[in-house]
Design a protein around this ligand. Structure first.
Ligand SMILES: [Zn+2]
Length: 489
């Protein structure tokens, strides 16, 4: 979560506290929050979740192993993730190995040596990079030394790179042969003009195009075609040097011993709870977005979902399957926006979190409008909407639930008790088993998140159907604390 979101949530909490104090009437405060879907959390798709994980790791400088991480997030292997990533962002000019290189992050155990020798090494690796030499017009321009009749006297090369990471690699391996894939741009000027801004701005643009992250554009070289002067512009970072000093001290300290955790085998739990479900089949009839699902198919989905949950004593009972009209007037325009703006904002980049969350909000609004979330609601059941497909195409279904929000204020608890959440299921998706998707999203409605360590788990991506005891305990606890009263059959 970004800082501004946190601040916003805090402020919201304060505002409600005021309403509370001013009115002293609980009823009023409750009616104010009615239909409040502003901050409701959404279950993330596999790709969104792993992109967020990578962003967070970068932000907090937590080194990760991309191969291990992708498997933990339910992918078969790194390649499967990388292919999806490249396809999602329509990147053709970057290889799977380069994506892996990028994700590897900085080795935090290395005390980085920013000596001139190492700076010269990094400089040489950049200037002699094969891909760069093939693609740039920098050297040609230098040779020519002219632009539209003007004599160029200053040239600068800017490169988008994770300086810290590359310096760590060089410190560790003085014979490093290649740096990570980088974006670049050069600038030139004549008379008293300056080439730096043009180089830096072009470099940023290029980095954006290739969805590079974790680095920044820095000036690497200066050239003067008139005098033939060529200068390495890489400078040691003072901030980094300071941190390295601290790391040195840290390493000299004796290490604490790790505590041993003993695992205790738990008995099998059976919940014995029946949960009412209200189904809405949202009727849309657009050429590219058409509802087709029948009641029988929905019943089949729930039969499968119940075959999983019944093992733990939970039974989901359909009260009604209602065909309803959503609002799909603008769906074609919305689908275009999702394709062009929403998907593109999902990249790994901590600087763009604000754009991302703004777009997430708009995406949610599109979905809420489409299903008519305000008029179509049974507050005494778990609400499940079926639509032709998930507009983002990133997942097979989603759950919107305050159970997924952090309970950081009393407001959230109140919203949870109002049963404001719902599930949206795509009739069509890349998932083979829609019943499993239904079962998975039902888990989200009762506070279960994505468990990151196995593929056999229902709450993971893939085809798993296992439910752990601790998950059932969490489910029961959430149910009895927030929803038991409303959901009594
Ligand atoms: Zn999920």
């Amino acid at each position: 979560m970004s800082t501004w979101q946190l601040i916003f949530k805090k402020l919201l909490g304060i505002v409600f506290l005021f309403i509370f104090i001013l009115n002293t009437s609980l009823v009023f405060a409750a009616s104010k929050t009615e239909d409040n879907l502003e901050d409701i959390n959404v279950s993330k798709s596999q790709i969104e979740e792993i992109l967020d994980f990578f962003s967070e790791s970068f932000q907090n400088k937590i080194p990760i192993d991309p191969d291990v991480a992708t498997i933990q997030f339910g992918y078969e292997n790194f390649e499967e993730f990388a292919k999806q990533y490249l396809k999602l962002f329509k990147l053709t000019d970057i290889s799977i190995d380069e994506v892996r290189e990028y994700l590897e992050g900085t080795d935090q155990s290395v005390i980085i040596d920013q000596s001139q020798e190492n700076l010269d090494k990094l400089y040489a690796l950049i200037i002699n990079d094969k891909y760069f030499r093939k693609k740039t017009g920098y050297f040609k321009k230098f040779k020519k030394g002219k632009h539209k009749g003007n004599q160029i006297n200053k040239m600068a090369l800017a490169v988008y790179i994770n300086y810290e990471k590359e310096m760590a690699k060089i410190t560790k391996n003085p014979n490093l042969e290649k740096v990570s894939r980088f974006a670049f741009q050069y600038g030139f000027s004549w008379g008293s003009g300056s080439p730096y801004r043009f180089a830096l701005e072009g470099c940023e643009k290029s980095a954006k195009k290739y969805k590079l992250f974790g680095g920044e554009c820095i000036i690497v070289e200066f050239r003067n075609p008139v005098t033939g002067e060529i200068k390495n512009m890489l400078k040691p970072s003072i901030k980094l040097a300071k941190r390295m000093e601290e790391l040195k001290k840290e390493k000299l300290k004796p290490k604490e011993r790790k505590k041993v955790v003993v695992k205790i085998e738990e008995p099998i739990i059976s919940a014995n709870i029946n949960i009412p479900v209200q189904i809405y089949l949202v009727q849309v009839n657009k050429p590219n977005f058409k509802s087709k699902i029948t009641e029988d198919e929905v019943i089949k989905d729930f039969k499968f979902a119940n075959s999983i949950w019944n093992k733990k004593g939970l039974d989901f009972r359909i009260l009604e399957i209602a065909k309803v009209n959503g609002n799909a007037k603008k769906i074609e325009k919305d689908l275009k926006w999702i394709k062009n703006k929403y998907i593109k904002s999902l990249k790994i980049d901590q600087k763009e979190q604000k754009v991302k969350s703004k777009n997430q909000k708009k995406y949610n609004e599109i979905l809420f409008r489409l299903i008519g979330s305000k008029k179509n609601r049974n507050k005494n059941a778990i609400n499940v909407f079926y639509i032709p497909y998930m507009p983002s195409k990133l997942s097979c279904g989603v759950a919107y639930s305050y159970s997924l929000n952090k309970p950081n204020n009393s407001q959230i608890n109140q919203l949870r008790r109002q049963n404001l959440g719902f599930i949206v299921i795509g009739e069509k998706s890349d998932c083979k088993n829609r019943g499993r998707t239904v079962a998975h999203e039902l888990g989200h409605m009762f506070s279960l998140g994505h468990k990151h360590d196995q593929k056999t788990d229902l709450m993971m991506w893939g085809n798993g159907t296992e439910i752990q005891n601790w998950q059932i305990n969490k489910f029961i606890k959430y149910h009895s604390k927030y929803l038991k009263k409303r959901l009594s059959l």
